[in-house]
Design a protein around this ligand. Structure first.
Ligand code: NAD
Length: 430
């Protein structure tokens, strides 16, 4: 099926490439011309395992093409996906101006029937707004449907998640829209849940908020374990063995970050309030998340006493492993806080250093974790890349001035670190 994607970022590019891989003809457009020029050469603009091959293969086969105009997208695809940003405003509400702008562009180019599908994460009622905007700006009698198709991919596993999803959720309010989406997703062979548009919109906010809640629950437990002298990994493992709870997302650390959880939890709280419900639980989820980072910084201070002038190696900058995305990265926030306190930080991340330098101009980086650790008073594990799990501990110890590791992701085994001669601190473990 001819399909267009407006907004060729993390979601749009992966979605477009995966639809092409599953046999559809896809046009991905973006306002960022430099991005499109790169993609036309078959070079992905973000790091995601498997993406480069997928883009190259589908560009070569002609199933995946790129463009720079939204009018072109409307002319091309019977289905038009909107995958533009919905960033947070200072009060936590979602900034829907990109959604509105794209809806107007679509309206102005409507000539024959189009199914307009929102894939961006939006507050409930956005679908109605999109429909109103298109009706207002489109030629009279224009034929279109609006649907919501929330995206659940995880950065770092985006291609895998999109090709083999747990479930496809869409909100469609006409038989025609539902049948088109069923046909489009048929090659993915995944369970489909078709709902009304509002419920689909809520499913996305509710899912991300629930996952964030699980992380904050683990972090609250970690704080308690630190006080009680218990081991949070044992506690969460014991909990996770209960099928009703499950082990996923119960990992204590320095908190969740990224371009989704922080903004989605805040936006969900904000829309709930706007509708008349005070979702206080979500406020607490956010507070615990910030507390996790502060408690980690306190641990660093407890270990170093005076942070100013200390040499600190930071392992990890991306908001999670297997991505170069540093948006709202807690690792980056920790590095920033330490720099503000006068520490000399040298960082290493397998993929995130370039983007991190855009956020922290002048950030000192290294070509390897060992180089980052050279002469350091302390090393901080901030993102749980596999490369760090496999570190040569003897080599690391030799590189450091003082072999102290503070592990913000509970990646290392405390026994092994002790045996290797490190002063080792982690989160919620004795
Ligand atoms: P992104 O910033 O990586 O990409 C968005 C793209 O939209 C950019 O390339 C931008 O240039 C383009 N764009 C902006 N305005 C445009 C316009 N008027 N016309 C055409 N293109 C335009 O963002 P993302 O991470 O892909 O997120 C997009 C949406 O998907 C957000 O609502 C986000 O919450 C949601 N989402 C993201 C993820 C994720 O893991 N990143 C997962 C699920 C859902």
């Amino acid at each position: 099926m001819k399909t267009s994607v407006i907004g060729t970022g993390h979601v749009g590019l992966v979605t477009g490439a995966c639809f092409a891989e599953r046999g559809h003809r896809v046009l991905c457009v973006d306002v960022d011309r430099a991005k499109i020029a790169k993609l036309r050469r078959g070079q992905p603009t973000i790091y995601e395992p498997g993406l480069e091959d997928l883009v190259r293969r589908n560009v070569k086969s002609g199933r995946l093409t790129f463009g720079t105009s939204n009018a072109e997208a409307v002319a091309f695809g019977r289905v038009v996906f909107i995958c533009v940003p919905t960033p947070p405003r200072p009060d936590g509400t979602a900034d829907l101006s990109f959604m509105e702008a794209v809806s107007r562009d679509i309206a102005k180019s409507l000539k024959e029937y189009r199914l307009v599908v929102d894939k961006s994460t939006v507050p409930v009622h956005t679908g109605e707004r999109v429909r109103q905007v298109i009706t207002k700006y489109a030629p009279r009698g224009a034929d279109f449907d609006v649907a919501s198709n929330p995206e659940f991919l995880r950065e770092g596993a985006a291609v895998q998640d999109t090709l083999h999803p747990d479930r496809i959720v869409f909100g469609a309010e006409s038989r025609r829209a539902e049948m088109i989406l069923r046909e489009l997703y048929e090659p993915f062979k995944a369970p489909i849940l078709c709902t009304d548009i509002k419920s689909a919109e809520l499913i996305k906010h509710a899912s991300n908020s629930f996952l964030a809640l699980k992380i904050s629950f683990a972090n609250a437990l970690a704080a308690l374990c630190d006080l009680a002298g218990a081991d949070v990994q044992m506690v969460t493992r014991g909990m996770g063995m209960d099928k009703r709870i499950g082990p996923a997302f119960l990992h204590a650390g320095i908190g969740y970050g990224g371009s989704c959880f922080p903004k989605d939890v805040a936006a969900f709280e904000a829309i709930s309030r706007e509708l008349g419900y005070e979702f206080r639980l979500l406020r607490e989820v956010q507070r615990i998340n910030e507390e996790a980072r502060d408690l980690f910084l306190k641990k660093v201070e407890r270990e170093l006493w005076i942070v100013k002038g200390k040499k600190i190696a930071a392992f990890g900058l991306s908001f999670k492993p297997d991505t170069d995305d540093v948006r709202e990265s807690v690792a980056l926030k920790v590095v920033k806080a330490l720099l503000e306190r006068g520490a000399e930080v040298r960082a290493y991340d397998p993929q995130g250093m370039e983007r991190a330098k855009e956020e922290i101009p002048g950030l000192r980086t290294a070509r390897s974790p060992y180089e980052a650790a050279r002469g350091a008073d302390c090393a901080l594990l901030l993102t749980e890349w596999k490369e760090f799990r496999d570190l040569d501990l003897a080599k690391l110890k030799k590189a450091m001035a003082h072999p102290t590791v503070i592990d913000g992701r509970d990646l290392f085994d405390p026994e092994k670190m002790k045996e290797a001669g490190f002063v080792y601190r982690s989160v919620g473990r004795p």
